[in-house]
Design a protein around this ligand. Structure first.
Ligand code: ATP
Ligand code: MG
Length: 453
């Protein structure tokens, strides 16, 4: 998960830099700055300096004012040292798992955490996992905490490999059956007299596949280890409705302990963002009023990642402008960049057919509340939209070309996953844009062209 977030952040960072280079935002902010400050761009292109006068670009960049103390602490994958407004949940988890420390391996805990997107489920569980391991180490008890994102590790096999490799990083990725892997885990836990706490984050991705891993894991203790209870589970899902697909005994096991995370209110969001600002930015880099205005936006959106992203982008813009503090304009530009006006520009020149297809992608992601979708789900929706709009749908090859164009324009990300069993599958994601806003922009453009969608 961290790898994914890191690479996503890195990609996003590259995208922003490129976006800056391409967009009006960059031209508006950066060009006047360069022109005013010695015309760096033209000087270097037209009059290259002699070797012994070479400019050390890194040195000059490093000398530039930064308003960040440590920008990684605004990263959405960063686990802070405290979690304001999740104290109650951490305390409840501690009470539930205390027995793992007071009476090791006497009991296996199964907990389910639920709540809306971006309200700290993942970060709280990761934070708690570390807390539990630290407490165990102090008492010479071996508890291993493994956080698995089931959206990333989509099959039982991958989940089990992830668990095993967290204990033995050189374990081969292939060549075993799921049952083999389960036995290897049990043996390793017995040999090390240890307990395993697995967090199955976004567990719905496993449930929907009617995978029996959750059943196997919840039953493992009873069948194979006798009296020693060596595996505990924390499942994380946004929505409890996905549990309907579980078999009744697993369901009843998991349903016994459900912790519902409540949404943050505006004031709580303010305090959380303020805390993240304090640990990542230099002092007095942003006013409380500005953080409060960002918090109000985040409250409407619900996802704290949105607030962290706005602050980080605004910080970057302030840095580019060589400012000592983030101004309301930096925030405005930061927000705009979340649905860049360059995107609206791109959309303006797109044909109706392409817009309808893009709309189908947005809608599919929204309806299913998923991060990425298969091309077949999109085409299903696309065909029914074409039917209701009385337009002839394009052929698959043409739609594929559209996807490539959208990708080039930075509207979507396309991932091709090949597997020997299932062949080639194409997944589409809209990583950097607000789906709601994108939907609105497309609808308005189509409306201008007399198409009501
Ligand atoms: N109380 C808090 N203090 C500091 N940061 C927080 C807090 N709650 C959430 N965050 C930050 O907000 C972001 C979103 O939190 P998180 O990823 O845990 O959400 P989530 O509930 O797991 O969402 P999803 O269901 O979409 O996976 C993370 O970057 C996290 O660090
Ligand atoms: Mg999460």
């Amino acid at each position: 998960m961290e790898d994914l977030l890191f690479s996503r952040r890195k990609k996003e960072s590259n995208r922003i830099l490129l976006g800056f280079l391409n967009s009006f935002t960059y031209l508006k902010i950066i060009t006047p700055y360069f022109i005013k400050n010695n015309n760096l761009l033209t000087t270097n292109i037209i009059h290259p300096r002699s070797e012994n006068m070479s400019v050390d670009y890194f040195e000059s960049l490093l000398k530039k004012n930064s308003i960040f103390e440590d920008e990684s602490k605004l990263d959405i994958g960063y686990i802070p040292e405290t979690l304001p407004h999740r104290e109650k949940e951490i305390s409840l988890l501690s009470r539930l798992f205390l027995v793992l420390i007071t009476n090791p391996n006497s009991i296996s805990r199964k907990i389910l955490i639920t709540g809306k997107t971006g309200i700290g489920k993942t970060v709280t569980v990761k934070f708690f996992g570390k807390l539990l391991m630290d407490a165990a180490i102090k008492r010479d008890i071996t508890i291993k905490y493994v956080h698995v994102n089931c959206r990333k590790e989509r099959t039982s096999y991958k989940v089990l490999i992830k668990i095993i490799r967290s204990m033995n990083s050189t374990f081969p990725k292939r060549g075993y059956s799921t049952q083999d892997l389960l036995e290897i885990i049990v043996d390793a836990l017995n040999d090390g007299d240890s307990h395993l706490l697995v967090a199955l984050d976004e567990m719905n991705y496993l449930i929907n596949k009617r995978d029996d891993l959750i059943y196997s894991l919840t039953r493992l203790n009873d069948d194979s280890i006798g009296t020693q209870q060596r595996i505990s589970i924390i499942g994380i899902v946004r929505d409890l409705s996905c549990l309907n697909n579980l078999d009744t005994s697993t369901l009843s096991t998991l349903q016994r302990n459900i912790i519902k995370f409540q949404n943050y209110n505006t004031n709580q969001i303010f305090e959380i963002l303020k805390y993240r600002v304090i640990i990542s930015l230099k002092r007095n880099s942003i006013s409380d009023d500005l953080i409060r205005s960002v918090s109000e936006r985040v409250f409407k959106n619900g996802d704290l990642r949105y607030g962290l992203n706005i602050l980080w982008r605004a910080g970057k813009i302030a840095e580019f402008k060589n400012l000592k503090l983030i101004t309301p304009e930096c925030i405005r530009l930061g927000i705009q960049d979340l649905v860049p006006f360059s995107t609206e520009d791109v959309l303006k020149y797109i044909s109706n057919q392409k817009l309808v297809f893009l709309f189908s992608i947005v809608k599919t992601l929204q309806i299913h509340e998923i991060n990425r979708t298969s091309i077949s789900s999109v085409t299903d929706l696309y065909h029914s939209l074409c039917e209701s709009l009385a337009i002839t749908p394009r052929l698959y090859s043409q739609l594929w070309n559209y996807l490539q164009e959208f990708k080039r324009e930075g509207l979507i990300a396309v991932e091709v996953v090949s597997s020997a069993m299932r062949g080639r599958k194409i997944f589409i994601e809209i990583p950097g844009l607000s789906l709601q806003k994108l939907q609105k922009v497309i609808q308005e453009l189509l409306k201008e062209r007399d198409i009501k969608i």
